[in-house]
Design a protein around this ligand. Structure first.
Ligand code: CP
Length: 361
């Protein structure tokens, strides 16, 4: 891919491009992401390198000497965690990832505590962060804000990388990375992530994690995708047309019980009622047939895994948690390692980590 510069394109032109044409503007010269905004920035070789790096970091971090090595790598860097939308896992795993690499952090979790409350524009607010930090990790309810921030800062005297930690209903690329990492690890001793069926269940219309993961999965050979939801919450046409254009086998249905025995992985999601147009819209949809409990567990193949980006509500019974196929707690912890790998790659210290691993483990 020939990289391009965000400096050379006006926002009106850049924002109108299809995502695939935006990605060359977001990469380092060596084709690794500088800004991480979209799942479409990752091809198979980048995914393989990132998941390998996450595993290497995991191994290095087991010893005090290894942790000391990691903590020294980018201790001269600072990251701003700008989370104007609630988060537990993404916030804490990014914070932990920064701590592992020695990156100092600042945080803002409520714009009511910043000068935005006094009427400062979002644009001025993030420019302020860029004065003090070397990276901004952003979660916002607005689709496109991370992208605009990347463009705007690239055109300022303090260009710094932006990581999208969830943008509206649109994308959650780093969640998709940890989901891929979980799938890769789950199947690495059983032929790898290929020739599998992944069944997505729940609120697929508004779940940004599903939209991003569906795209990343198309990088792997012969991964069939199944979308199980009530008609009102079914997956969007943009996801389906992407699958059609890539020749990926898929289908949509509301028959969860029929899909369970086909699954190598089931990816449950909660109802995203925070996006209801009118309060109570979601409550009028019967989602009880899309819950996973002891009965569904009996239908799950012995080798299959049960995933959830979390937080959950009632869509997975807590009695399922102790089954070895329930992967969601491990999935969550995987987020810390893959986000550490992401920050390491963004700051360009990935090869040093790989070399340390080669020499010491
Ligand atoms: N999966 C996820 O994004 O969780 P949080 O909203 O807690 O960050």
């Amino acid at each position: 891919m020939k990289t391009k510069r965000l400096l050379d394109i006006p926002w009106s032109e850049f924002s109108a491009l299809p995502v695939e044409q935006k990605t060359p503007y977001l990469m380092h010269a060596d084709d690794t992401p500088y800004h991480t905004l979209f799942a479409q920035q990752f091809d198979l070789s980048l995914l393989e390198w990132r998941t390998q790096l996450a595993t290497e970091i995991r191994g290095i971090a087991k010893t005090r000497a290894g942790m000391g090595f990691l903590r020294d790598l980018v201790c001269h860097k600072r990251a701003m965690l700008y989370f104007s939308q609630p988060s537990s896992r993404t916030f804490l795993s990014f914070l932990s990832a920064c701590q592992i690499l020695g990156v100092q952090t600042g945080e803002l979790r409520d714009t009511a505590t910043s000068s935005e409350f006094k009427g400062e524009s979002r644009e001025d607010s993030v420019r302020t962060f860029s004065s003090y930090f070397d990276m901004i990790i952003m979660r916002t309810p607005e689709k496109g804000l991370a992208e605009y921030t990347a463009w705007m800062l690239s055109n300022s005297e303090r260009p710094i990388p932006i990581i999208n930690a969830g943008s509206g209903q649109d994308q959650h690329p780093t969640q998709a990375l940890l989901d891929i990492y979980t799938l890769v690890r789950s199947f690495e001793k059983a032929g790898g992530l290929r020739d599998r069926t992944v069944v997505f269940v729940g609120d697929l219309a508004r779940g940004r994690t599903v939209r991003s993961l569906s795209r990343l999965l198309t990088n792997y050979p012969n991964i069939r995708q199944v979308f199980i939801a009530p008609p009102q919450l079914q997956i969007g046409e943009d996801v389906l047309s992407n699958l059609r254009s890539k020749g990926v086998e898929h289908y949509s249905s509301d028959d969860f019980n029929a899909a369970i025995p086909e699954a190598d992985a089931i990816y449950m999601t909660r109802v995203q009622d925070e996006w209801d147009k009118e309060k109570g819209d979601s409550a009028r949809i019967d989602t009880s047939r899309f819950h996973f409990g002891p009965e569904q567990l009996k239908r799950l193949q012995p080798h299959a895994i049960l995933m959830h980006p979390l937080p959950r509500r009632e869509e997975i019974a807590t009695s399922v948690d102790h089954d070895p196929r329930a992967m969601y707690w491990r999935q969550m912890r995987n987020g810390m390692w893959i986000r550490t790998a992401l920050i390491a790659m963004t700051f360009g210290c990935d090869k040093r980590i790989h070399e340390y691993h080669r020499q010491n483990l």
